[in-house]
Write a protein that binds this ligand. Structure first.
Ligand code: AMP
Ligand code: ZN
Length: 484
């Protein structure tokens, strides 16, 4: 199956052709660990996970590398503002290293809860300072750098293709426009490769280098670490759209300038999660974490399901209502799979055997559903369409219960919303616990609807619950329920 992806470089859909047949090598910009990840960041990691799972599904060997930016001052392009890691350490009375470890652990817990598979390599910036210095030396030898005010800069004027990814018009780039003015720079787009002279007087993380004691600039870590693990040329670079104009533009400039070769073939960017109240950002504070959603009673996979509802190249609006809708839909989906599983067991068929095993041969009807699902996924990762296909196949009575359960398991290898576990019957305890909480919440909502004389909504809830096999009995002591 050909996989087509939208390449930001060139702005078009392209058939994915890896450098080495059967292997997908990809690098994703990872978290900056001076705070918790917010659910916007997590949307991007869910999207990256969907892509890696798609490659695995189509039998590619995946080599996925992700960095962890554990040096606070690498969070900004310029040498301005406050070092966020130091600020966080001071506020919490901890060392910068403790801060980085604490938030890094929290980040990986979030990934696990969201069924995001671990990349093959996770690498920390602080473990790769030597690689960064090596790359900067190559740039220096090839004449792409200059020293000014104690810092070593990359000279964008020397790199012919600068700004190609972001479609920057070099003629129109003017001094000072949208970039902080640094008197040391020859060009406003020039960026620091190595700092020795920082405004951060208490800089805790410093290393020796040919240019003096200091620390690397923001962009160099991704070039150095990706090349270290994936080679000087590789297939895919991932990240959020915010990285196109500066971070990824600069990564390309320094990587290609150092090697003299094209670097990454496909640049794939995920759009933002947005809120009505404005942009979600780590530095602005007041952002939503996965843990806060859990505290509100959501399962982390409800959030994953919510993310699957929007194509990765469109902005996704976050509201409580849409998250509620995602939760209800996911629960219905799991219910349906459990019921089909029970039906198949009653029919005496075996379910829950390994996905794709010979025992689970699919008939023509089921095959057609699977092909439609695969086509959606392979066409620029159209997950909303693929999810709709899962629903359609579960509702298709012409396909046997056993086959429908098998289809759900296979599709869940990419979607990873807990359907596979339900298909194996491995989540009964969790299911019943979650179920009870949700049923009771719906009953409370129905009672409210009745009090406010919204009988249409009250009836709708009763009918939905009936559909799920829950019968309500209204009596003098309130509403009781039982499974019918
Ligand atoms: P950071 O930790 O700030 O470097 O961000 C980690 C990843 O999250 C990057 O790939 C960003 O592009 C991405 N990101 C940041 N904000 C959002 C958002 N609101 N929605 C989706 N992705 C985001
Ligand atoms: Zn990066």
């Amino acid at each position: 199956m050909k996989i087509r992806l939208y390449n930001t470089l060139g702005r078009e859909l392209q058939v994915f052709e890896p450098l080495e047949a059967g292997t997908a090598r990809m690098y994703a910009c990872g978290p900056t660990v001076y705070n918790y990840a917010h659910i916007g960041n997590l949307r991007t990691y869910v999207f990256e996970d969907l892509l890696r799972r798609t490659f695995s599904y189509f039998d590619y060997t995946v080599e996925h590398v992700m960095n962890v930016t554990d040096v606070g001052h690498l969070t900004d392009d310029g040498d301005e503002g406050e070092d966020k890691m130091i600020k966080s350490a001071r506020e919490q009375g901890k060392s910068v290293w403790d801060i980085a470890n604490h938030f890094s652990d929290a980040f990986f817990r979030d990934l696990e809860k969201l069924n995001i598979q671990m990349p093959e390599v996770v690498c920390k910036a602080t473990d790769h300072i030597e690689d960064m210095i090596g790359l900067i030396k190559r740039l220096e030898e090839r004449g792409y750098t200059y020293l000014a005010g104690g810092n070593l800069y990359f000279d964008v004027a020397k790199f012919e293709k600068y700004g190609e990814l972001a479609l920057l018009d070099r003629a129109k780039l003017q001094a000072g426009a949208r970039v902080e003015v640094d008197v040391n720079k020859r060009n406003p787009q020039d960026f620091v490769l190595w700092f020795t002279n920082s405004k951060f007087d208490q800089q805790a993380m410093q290393w020796d280098s040919p240019w003096g004691r200091g620390y690397p600039g923001w962009h160099i870590e991704c070039s150095a670490m990706s090349m270290r693990y994936l080679g000087e040329q590789f297939d895919i670079h991932l990240g959020g759209v915010d990285h196109i104009p500066v971070h990824h533009t600069n990564e390309i400039a320094q990587s290609e300038a150092a090697t003299g070769k094209p670097w990454v073939r496909y640049w794939i960017h995920g759009e933002f999660l947005v809120m009505t109240g404005g942009k979600m950002s780590k530095s602005a504070g007041g952002f939503i974490t996965l843990e806060s959603l859990e505290e509100m009673g959501y399962h982390p996979l409800d959030y994953r399901y919510f993310c699957l509802g929007g194509h990765y190249r469109t902005q996704l609006q976050f509201t409580e209502d849409s998250l509620n809708a995602a939760r209800a839909a996911r629960h219905n989906l799991l219910d349906r799979v459990r019921r089909l599983r029970n039906e198949a067991l009653q029919n005496g068929t075996s379910v829950g055997t390994a996905v794709g095993s010979a025992e689970n041969e699919l008939g023509d009807g089921a095959q057609a559903h699977l092909r439609a699902f695969e086509a959606a996924v392979a066409e620029d990762l159209n997950i909303p369409k693929a999810l709709a296909e899962l629903w359609q196949s579960l509702k298709d009575d012409s396909v046997s219960a056993q086959e429908r359960v098998e289809l759900a398991s296979r599709m869940d290898c990419i979607l990873a919303i807990g359907v596979g576990t339900a298909a194996e019957g491995a989540d009964e305890a969790e299911a019943s616990q979650e179920d009870v909480a949700e049923i009771e919440a719906l009953i409370a909502e129905r009672n409210e609807a009745r009090t406010s004389r919204n009988f249409a909504r009250a009836d709708e809830i009763r009918d939905d619950l009936k559909e799920r096999g829950v019968v309500l009995e209204d009596g003098p002591e309130g509403t009781r329920w039982k499974r019918g």
